[in-house]
Design a protein around this ligand. Structure first.
Ligand code: PEP
Ligand code: MN
Length: 373
């Protein structure tokens, strides 16, 4: 197998600067080796790496280690070349999008509508989020449904008012599922028409988890990040390889979302909750990790202790270090055109937010305790 090498540049090195040029010149000395410069935008600083691909077997690490701008040289033998956490690679593949930072150290709540139905409900949701101090949400315009007779989403016709209202209430990033290349174009156009009132994270749904052509399309996107939802019937390894399709096509701005897997063993939940894999994902990859308790549990099931299954399951993800929680809410779930039974009520949202903040605080205290010992 061809083993790529990553030349990690020092923190103060600019991607177009002389130190990178020196690495590129050095790389040219080896026939069959292709060099690619990649910049990873973190929350506080950017990191430049030069990837050497092709016939790297004969390339000695020392030839690069001795250059002044080089911090270290990593030879990748493992899988997940682009998104994996390789030996010596500490930095997460975080990114800043529309002023919001996403990484393995950040935490966001993304409540919103499973499917956009009307302007009034979108406004109610965004206004409530604004009042709770939240800037991230979800809004489905293109809905892949099991039955062709079910509501398929309003598509591009709702984008103008969704983006306008997001701008009005300070929503900076919303996850929005796409199932076709044309959806990406329509979203980009509508965002531009709205004067970039907000930002969209392109969501790859579980049903498209191995739609490799779609993964390559969102991978070619240079502006919009991707929320990749784990495939419901495939292994974690297969889902990570799917993210590798996105990253190897050029887009490293990916958040991985667990949403449960399909098996009756999880009954009465809609899917079997897989949030035990939050720390596994953070170990194997450098991607921020999101959990979706709504599509995992699938219904509002009240708990004996006053906390619903959606609260408990979300808490399991957060206590394990999840970086985001995406959750369905609806002003009138009984009238929702999609997934009403699993949506939290608007009046339940303040409690949900408080509960998640409590659990996040506990997670950070657990980490501090572990590091001390
Ligand atoms: C969704 O988030 O609206 C959705 C359809 O999720 P999934 O692809 O995980 O079923
Ligand atoms: Mn849904």
């Amino acid at each position: 197998m061809l083993a790529p090498m990553i030349i990690v540049m020092r923190g103060d090195v600019a991607p177009g600067g002389p130190a990178v040029q020196e690495v590129l010149t050095q790389a040219k000395r080896y026939p069959g080796v292709e060099a690619q410069v990649r910049t990873i935008q973190g929350a506080t600083r950017s990191l430049t790496e030069v990837y050497l691909l092709g016939s790297t077997g004969v390339v000695p690490s020392e030839a690069f280690e001795e250059l002044s701008g080089v911090e270290k040289v990593i030879r990748i033998r493992a899988k997940y070349r682009a998104i994996g956490r390789h030996e010596g690679q500490a930095a997460s593949l975080g990114f800043v999008y529309n002023g919001v930072s996403f990484g393995q150290d950040t935490f966001h709540l993304m409540p919103g509508l499973c499917a956009v139905d009307n302007r009034e409900n979108v406004e109610t949701v965004f206004r409530t989020l604004r009042d709770l101090g939240l800037v991230t949400s979800r809004a489905g315009a293109y809905k892949p449904r099991t039955s062709p007779y079910d509501f398929q989403g309003h598509g591009k016709s709702c984008l103008p008012y969704v983006f306008e209202l997001a701008g009005k209430y300070g929503i900076r990033v919303m996850a929005m599922e796409v199932t076709h290349e044309s959806h990406v174009r329509e979203i980009a156009q509508a965002l531009s028409d709205s004067g970039h009132a907000t930002g969209v994270m392109l969501q790859i749904g579980t049903r498209n988890a191995q739609n490799f052509e779609l993964l390559k399309i969102v991978g070619q996107e240079t502006e919009l990040p991707v929320l990749y939802k784990r495939g419901m019937g495939i292994t974690l390894d297969e889902s990570l390889n799917a993210c590798e399709y996105i990253a190897s096509s050029g887009n490293h701005r990916i958040m991985f979302c667990l949403r449960g897997v399909k098996t009756n063993l999880g009954d009465p939940h809609r899917n079997f909750v897989d949030f035990a894999q939050v720390p596994v994902l953070k170990r194997l990859s450098r991607l921020p990790v999101c959990v979706d308790p709504s599509h995992s549990v699938g219904k509002r099931l009240p708990g004996e202790d006053g906390l619903s299954d959606i609260h408990h399951v979300a808490a399991q993800g957060v206590i394990a270090g999840a970086n985001a929680v995406m959750v369905d809410v609806h002003p009138k779930p009984a009238e929702a055109l999609c997934d009403g039974p699993q949506a939290l009520l608007m009046e339940e949202l303040p409690h949900f937010v408080q509960d998640m903040e409590l659990v996040r605080k506990a997670y950070l205290e657990r980490v501090a305790l572990a590091r001390k010992g």
